[in-house]
Ligand binder design. Structure first.
Ligand SMILES: N[C@@H](CCC[C@H](N)C(=O)O)C(=O)O
Length: 266
């Protein structure tokens, strides 16, 4: 028997989903890297292992494409929730999923979109990123995982994000996801992101929440809402005093089996 997989994406942030309810898969760094490689594997920004410890809530075991572990993934959690519903493992509507950042309530809608409780969002201080010699002032934002969200008037489309943006390793010892944000209008943002453990991606759900928190912070507010346009589509974010929600699409596009010999040889 091969290893069951599905492929999905949320605003083109794409994932390999590995159903593994009993936690039997040995998901090594080498296997994650091979799965995510766009030439020698299926290709993805990350892996979502679907496990159910002790028959409690389903748990999203998220890995970045380089094999590193991250606390939370907003786009991945929408895809994860969509998989649970399509596999009849969770109902349409509300249920809870465990993540390394804590339990998250999700609402799977009939149209395929998913709304996530993103937990509390905290702006923890000022910092800066550097791209091509240009310095971008921003703020550190904790969305369960670390972000440096920089609101700028430089058009984000003009940035070369092929390399890791420079950042202060003293502020972000575990690495950081870096967002560049343009304000299009009140409540309408555009964002590009360089993700820790991946590189530039077409979207980052936690990053969009950080972007909205950063924009609000810069205008003297702690709460508010915005749409965020990313290269892969659009999501909606609401930031409240001690909570935030993220709504956006979740797509499953393929399912199949990994060749067992390929998997075992990794
Ligand atoms: N793409 C994700 C974030 C994935 C984790 C991130 N790269 C990290 O290392 O923190 C999202 O949609 O939130």
């Amino acid at each position: 028997m091969g290893v069951e997989f599905l492929k999905g994406h949320g605003t083109e942030n794409d994932f390999v989903v590995l159903p593994d309810p009993e936690g039997l898969l040995d998901l090594t760094v080498a296997r994650v890297r091979a799965l995510c490689d766009r030439r020698r594997g299926l290709g993805a920004d990350g892996v979502l292992r679907v496990v159910r410890p002790d028959l409690g809530p389903w748990f999203m075991d998220y890995r970045n494409a380089d094999g590193s572990i991250a606390e939370m993934c907003g786009n991945g959690l929408r895809v994860f929730a969509r998989y649970l519903v399509e596999a009849d493992l969770a109902p349409l509507g509300s249920f809870t999923v465990g993540t390394r950042a804590g339990q998250r309530d999700v609402v799977a809608h009939e149209d395929g979109s998913v709304t996530l409780d993103m937990g509390p969002v905290r702006v923890t201080g000022a910092s800066a990123a550097e791209v091509g010699g240009q310095v971008f002032e921003g703020v550190a934002v904790d969305v369960g995982n670390p972000h440096l969200a920089c609101v700028t008037t430089t058009p984000v489309a003009a940035l070369d994000l092929r390399e890791q943006p420079g950042y202060d390793r003293g502020v972000f010892p575990e690495g950081v996801n870096v967002e560049f944000v343009n304000v299009l209008d009140e409540g309408a943002l555009r964002m590009r992101v360089h993700e820790r453990g991946v590189g530039e991606t077409r979207s980052c759900g936690t990053g969009t929440v950080a972007a909205v928190a950063s924009w609000l912070h810069g205008t003297g507010r702690r709460t508010g809402k915005a749409t965020v346009d990313v290269p892969g589509g659009r999501v909606s974010v609401v930031v409240e005093q001690d909570a935030a929600t993220l709504t956006g699409p979740a797509v499953l596009l393929a399912r199949g089996e990994l060749d067992r010999a390929w998997w075992d040889a990794l």
